[in-house]
Design a binder for this molecule. Sequence first.
Ligand code: ATP
Ligand code: MG
Length: 348
Amino acid sequence: MSNYKIAVVPGDGIGNEIVPQGLRVLEAVAKKHNFSIETEEFGWGAGYYLKHNQFMPDDGIEKLRAFDAVYFGSVGLPAVDDTLPAKDYTFKVRTHFNQYVNHRPVRTYPGVTRPIRSEKHIDFVIVRENNEGEFVQMGGQYLPDFENGMGIDTSVFTRKGIERVAHYAFKLARTRRNKVTHITKSNTLINSLSYWDRVIKEVAEQYPDVEHQQMYIDNSTAMFVLKPEQFDVVLTTNLFGDILSDLGGAVMGSLGLGGSGNINPEKEFPSMFEPIHGSAPDIAGQNIANPYGQIWSVALMLEHLGESEAANNIMEAIDKSTSSGVLTVDLGGKASTTDVADAVIANL
Ligand code: ATP
Ligand code: MG
């Protein structure tokens, strides 16, 4: 019987409510599919920062290294300045563990009303470059005085960084509907993103069986709303992927519906699974947060660990739950956070 060691980092706000519900689903599905789970919880995040002046201890990364995966909620509290580099628990884990793919699926949930016109079935995956690009935090501020100041951020795209995430996207497309749409803005970001385009084009030639489409970010935001059914795998940069995945959440019907994986495809290090949304302090502590995205992240984690049947079982149980009307407040329903987990477990 396989045993998986999972590090659990609930983080702040609703993370402390939805992560435990995700773990209940994980325990239940493990029992059904004959594998076992060992968890250890780490109370890191913005709350930890208020006491210790850092988001996790100095040896935090070392502590996580021994696990098969990290199951994460989200970090952030209104009392903590979110431009503090120290805030970046996520940034640290993603880079130290070479989690260069952010895998963020978007799909139709049965029984959930969505705000877009298209009634067609939607099922695509945003593959967001997760380690470089616009998020490298290189730059500075020149402020002789505030009135005459200047702020600069530099984006860095390396050959290696572009190539590896592109290979992930094209391989993923082969397991799906054989199409990759790569999204940039190389007509204005003429240095970094035209280089990105050239490298992607070269990688695409190695996958002649996969259709390769190129789109600009401005047009793609419109297409997400008007014709989302055209997408299969969406390959994009760190910043564009960040923005498009919130849009993807909205297209599904709520930010609370999106699950994701920060993936190290080579499995040299643990990968980390989390919902696409933040800690939502505005609704924390009321047992009303939508846990579907956090529960979907369990399925993504199990898929990565090789437990595909258990992962599919969770997705089917989620579909049964939403289609029978188990919907939280953000979806126009009355179900509580715990009601949702109860329903998913009953439907496994
Ligand atoms: P981050 O910077 O960490 O991404 P954020 O500032 O983008 O965080 P979120 O925490 O994602 O903000 O919240 C944005 C809005 O979406 C809030 O109004 C929040 O209540 C709502 N929201 C987010 N997640 C959920 C959820 N799981 N269930 C219900 N509402 C949610
Ligand atoms: Mg956000």
